[in-house]
Design a protein around this ligand. Structure first.
Ligand code: AMP
Ligand code: MN
Ligand code: MN
Ligand code: MN
Length: 293
C-alpha cells in the first residue's frame, strides 16, 4: 500500500463508492481500478448495486498495482415509501448471509423490468426491455440506468438525466413501484459480513425531515455507522448539511464519487472534495482490511 506518511487520514485520496459493468457502470471492474489509479485514488471500494460479482477481478488488479482496495456493495432498500441506498464497506463478499440477501434483492429486478417495459409501451415506447438488456452486461442487474441509456440511444430523449425526469421517476410513465430490502435486513447483512454500513448520498432522498430523521434513527439502531458526507451527488451545501448530521449523530464520514462513467457522472473517480477536517473518516476503520488484501 502506498499511502502518504504526512497529512494523516484526511490526506488519503479515498473513493468509497463507484460502479462497474457488474451493475450500471460503464467500465469493467479492471478498467475502473486502472482509472482510479490514474486519477490518484489511494483507497478504493467497488460498490455495485445489489451485486458483488466484480469484487474479485477489481481486487486482483488493485493488488497487482499496490492500490488499497476494500470490497463493497450498494444495497437497494425501501423505507417510508422511498428507495434508499445503503453502502456496505469492507465486507466479506462471500459471506453466506450477505450473498443470500443480495440474491433476494436482485431476484425482483426481472419482473420489475418487465413491468417498466409494459408501462413504457403504453406511452408508445416499444421494445424497451430488449433495448435496456443490450446495455446491461449483467443480465441479473437491469437497472433504470440501462433503460435510460436505451432511450437516449434510440433518440427518445437527449440525455440520461432528461429520460429520468420525463419517464423513470415516481409519477412518470415508466416508473414502477418496487419493494426492495428492509433497512434492518440490509444493515444486518453488511454487519454479518463484517462490513460497515453507510447511508449513501443522503441528500438525494425525497423524504420529509421527520422521515429522514427516522431513517437515521433506525439505521443507527440496526448497527449502521457511517454516512456519505462528500458524494458526487451532493452540492457543497448538502455536504455541509450532512457533515452536521454526522457530528450530531457521531457517525463516521465517507467520501464517494458514485462514479458510473465519464458521460454520466458529474464527479470522476477520486475527484471529490475533501472531508471536513473535524469528521472521522470511515477509512480509519477500513485501512487494516485494505492492507491485508
Ligand atoms: P434502479 O436501481 O434500477 O432503480 O436504478 C437506480 C440507478 O439509476 C441509480 O443508481 C443511478 O445510476 C440511476 N439514476 C437514478 N436517478 C437518476 C437521475 N435522476 N439521473 C440519472 N441517473 C439516475
Ligand atoms: Mn447506479
Ligand atoms: Mn445510489
Ligand atoms: Mn451508486
Amino acid at each position: 500500500m502506498k499511502l502518504p506518511a504526512a497529512g494523516g487520514l484526511h490526506a488519503i485520496n479515498a473513493d468509497l463508492h463507484c460502479h462497474s459493468t457488474v451493475s450500471d457502470g460503464w467500465l469493467e471492474p479492471e478498467a475502473l481500478v486502472l482509472r482510479a489509479l490514474a486519477n490518484g485514488v489511494q483507497l478504493l471500494a467497488l460498490t455495485d448495486h445489489d451485486e458483488v460479482g466484480g469484487i474479485d477481478a477489481a481486487a486482483e488488479v488493485a493488488r497487482a498495482h499496490g492500490l488499497a482496495f476494500v470490497a463493497g456493495v450498494e444495497i437497494s432498500v425501501s423505507f417510508a415509501g422511498e428507495t434508499i441506498h445503503i453502502v456496505g464497506l469492507g465486507i466479506d463478499h462471500r459471506h453466506p448471509v450477505l450473498v443470500k440477501g443480495l440474491e433476494q434483492v436482485r431476484s425482483g429486478r426481472d419482473a420489475r423490468a418487465q413491468l417498466m417495459s409494459e408501462a413504457l409501451e403504453k406511452v408508445g415506447i416499444r421494445g424497451a426491455l430488449a433495448g435496456a438488456r443490450r446495455f446491461a452486461r449483467n443480465p441479473a442487474l437491469v437497472s433504470r440506468a440501462h433503460f435510460a441509456r436505451h432511450l437516449v440511444a434510440s433518440g427518445v430523449m437527449p440525455d440520461v438525466r432528461t429520460v429520468f425526469d420525463h419517464y423513470l421517476v415516481r409519477g412518470k410513465p415508466g416508473f414502477v413501484e418496487h419493494e426492495w430490502a428492509a433497512l434492518d435486513d440490509a444493515v444486518g447483512w453488511i454487519r454479518a459480513a463484517g462490513g460497515i454500513a453507510v447511508v449513501a448520498h443522503p441528500a438525494r432522498y425525497r423524504l420529509s425531515a421527520d422521515n429522514l430523521s427516522r431513517l437515521f434513527d433506525r439505521f443507527v439502531a440496526a448497527g449502521g455507522e457511517a454516512v456519505e458526507v462528500v458524494s458526487g451527488a451532493h452540492t457543497d451545501d448538502e455536504m455541509r448539511r450532512f457533515a452536521t448530521v454526522a457530528r450530531q449523530r457521531g457517525l463516521l464520514a465517507s467520501r464517494a464519487s458514485d462514479f458510473h462513467g465519464e458521460r454520466e457522472s458529474p464527479v470522476d473517480l477520486g475527484r471529490c472534495n475533501p472531508l471536513p477536517p473535524d469528521l472521522e473518516p470511515v477509512w480509519s476503520r477500513l485501512l487494516p482490511a485494505a492492507a491485508s488484501h
